[in-house]
Design a protein around this ligand. Structure first.
Ligand SMILES: [Zn+2]
Length: 426
């Protein structure tokens, strides 16, 4: 007589994976190499979480398969399966685009010159302030669809194009509405980035900067506590100084936010050192971080988030990924999806750039785009790798070999995206 009672209950079964990339080496006896690959692997999930993972020929011995409906099965058809990408740094809530600015910049006009003319971030601030919540939601939903079809299953999203209490709140509301949408969405992690730049109405008076930092600290941060998981500050010569950044982030920390920084993107801002001193979850960009700052980040366990889409789009040098690895800084890769300096939802493109332009190995790039991103959101217990107990967020590629992700570049190699055990896209 068969003993079904010992077997695990499941409502989602994945079979037919030529290579099941767990991104969790050492967690399973069959998982090989730096990516923890299970050859001819299978996986079972229940209520959105992985309950079993291993070689397909062992599936039936562990998981109750009898009577499962046909739509509970997903056949990878001999192709590679990976954890969904975790894009830990994006600005996906905004209105308008900056195609004209892109064209001018590549015709020789500098980013700083464009900003001085009222272009750059302020261009998007104007468009976002004048957009209704509904309009912002429609646009954001389209972007999220773009993330999903390119394999991203968790996406961080920043405010920062409102720069006033009302519009910053509206952008957070949009993220919350989309996060509770029934299906076909990546997971959304909201970040408050009110300190993205000084708003135009605060620029013409000598005490304007100080008054805006007061507004962020005394009104916005308390108002948004609990609604945004992270607080981020653009710490840069053209944005917020180290003392201003420290004041905002210390206030945020007291109110229960986790911390992030845009640090050392355009120059040696001191932001990376501050990220280490404050024990931020991540320091992002790091194009101009010194060796001392890298060591400090490593000691503090701060994730270094690299954003090669910016370098590509701005035609500037790429961040020194190898120095981060040498210093022992945990590395994440993200798109920095935004309308000004990196207009791409595609993590596959970032992996290709990491390998071809930044000297990262393919294994490093794949881990940075999955497990690394999860660490940069302090969500590594939930997402970023395929392990029992974690969310069943995965992608089926259109190829049997995950190495094609960097090698066969500029095209979408994701055939199927699954979020919480539910196939969502295409
Ligand atoms: Zn950014």
């Amino acid at each position: 007589m068969e003993q079904h009672t010992d077997k695990l209950a499941a409502d989602f079964i994945l079979t037919g994976a030529s290579r099941l990339v767990t991104a969790a080496p050492g967690t399973h006896p069959s998982a090989d190499g730096a990516l923890g690959v299970i050859t001819r692997g299978a996986l079972a999930a229940h209520a959105g979480r992985i309950v079993w993972i291993g070689p397909e020929n062992q599936l039936a011995a562990h998981v109750a398969l009898d009577g499962l409906p046909k739509d509970a099965w997903l056949d990878a058809g001999g192709r590679a399966v990976l954890p969904g990408f975790v894009d830990s740094h994006t600005h996906f809530v905004f209105a308008g685009d900056r195609a004209e600015e892109f064209q001018l910049r590549h015709a020789g006009v500098s980013y700083e010159e464009l900003a001085a003319r009222g272009g750059g971030i302020l261009n998007t601030v104007r468009a976002t302030r004048s957009a209704s919540a509904h309009k912002l939601e429609v646009i954001a939903r389209e972007h999220l669809r773009g993330f999903l079809i390119h394999g991203t299953t968790t996406v961080e999203g920043k405010t920062g194009y409102g720069l006033d209490l009302e519009t910053e709140a509206r952008c957070l509301d949009v993220m919350h509405t989309l996060a509770t949408a029934p299906a076909d969405m990546p997971r959304i992690v909201p970040t408050f980035l009110g300190a993205h730049t000084i708003p135009p109405e605060y620029r013409d008076t000598p005490d304007g900067r100080a008054r805006y930092v007061d507004l962020v600290c005394e009104e916005m941060l308390p108002d948004f506590a609990g609604r945004a998981r992270f607080c981020d500050v653009f710490c840069e010569r053209t944005a917020f100084t180290v003392p201003e950044t420290r004041r905002i982030l210390e206030r945020a920390r007291d109110l229960g936010y986790q911390l992030k920084l845009h640090a050392n993107q355009l120059g040696p801002s001191g932001g990376a050192g501050l990220a280490a001193a404050l024990g931020a979850t991540s320091a992002d960009h790091l194009d101009f971080a010194s060796d001392d700052e890298m060591d400090a980040l490593a000691r503090a366990g701060v994730v270094g988030t690299l954003l090669p889409g910016c370098s590509f789009s701005l035609s500037i040098p790429y961040p020194a990924a190898r120095r981060l690895y040498a210093a022992g800084v945990p590395v994440a890769l993200a798109t920095d999806f935004n309308p000004g300096t990196s207009y791409s939802e595609n993590m596959q493109m970032m992996i290709a750039l990491a390998v071809s332009a930044m000297g990262m190995t393919l294994d490093q790039a794949l881990v940075a785009a999955t497990h690394g991103g999860a660490r940069a959101l302090a969500m590594e217990d939930e997402v970023g790798s395929l392990e029992v107990g974690k969310r069943c967020d995965l992608i089926v590629l259109s190829t049997a070999d995950e190495r094609h992700l960097a090698y066969h570049f500029g095209v979408n190699l994701v055939a199927r995206t699954v979020v919480g055990g539910v196939p969502c896209a295409p």
